[in-house]
Design a binder for this molecule. Structure first.
Ligand code: FES
Ligand code: FES
Length: 155
């Protein structure tokens, strides 16, 4: 039976308390309750990476997680990366190096790249390939993405 559960969490730096349905995915909750529609709904089976968000700093497929699992955690969506009107350096590097793609895959790509650079400021090509292995682009702009991530590393 579907029940409502109260959860406490932080989203893009703001503390929140909300009721969620026990069977609601984090993806649906982010888009349809928090109205943060930068997180995209693609395959809904964990294969495309369009729905990736950062949970306690780690990239997760929000289509595979229940909203109740957000309780006590820190959520960052693509809307939370820019600060005071300034883009995050990863976002700026994607623009500068023509790594921007369609609105579907770009938010997930940027968040995967952000998580990688936060834990490994000087990633190798292999590190980048592994970090983006869960992000699919049917159009194949991976080379530009690698260049953008290298440019926003500490090198
Ligand atoms: S929508 Fe979640 S991985 Fe595709
Ligand atoms: S540009 Fe988004 S799927 Fe290829």
């Amino acid at each position: 039976m579907t029940e409502k559960i109260t959860i406490n969490f932080t989203v893009n730096g703001e503390k929140e308390t909300r009721e969620v349905y026990s069977d609601q995915t984090l993806l649906k909750f982010i888009r349809e309750v928090l109205f943060l529609t930068g997180t995209k709904e693609g395959c809904e089976i964990g294969e495309c990476g369009a729905c990736i968000v950062l949970l306690d700093g780690k990239p997760v497929n929000s289509c595979l997680i229940l909203a109740v699992e957000l309780d006590g955690k820190d959520l960052v969506t693509i809307e939370g990366l820019s600060k005071n009107g300034e883009l995050d350096r990863v976002q700026q590097a994607f623009i500068d190096h023509a790594a921007l793609q369609c609105g579907y895959c770009t938010p997930g790509m940027v968040l995967s790249a952000k998580a990688l650079l936060d834990r490994n400021p000087n990633p190798t090509d292999q590190d980048i390939n592994e970090a983006l292995s869960g992000n699919l682009c049917r159009c194949g702009a991976y080379q530009e993405i690698r260049v953008a991530i290298k440019a926003s590393s500490n090198k």
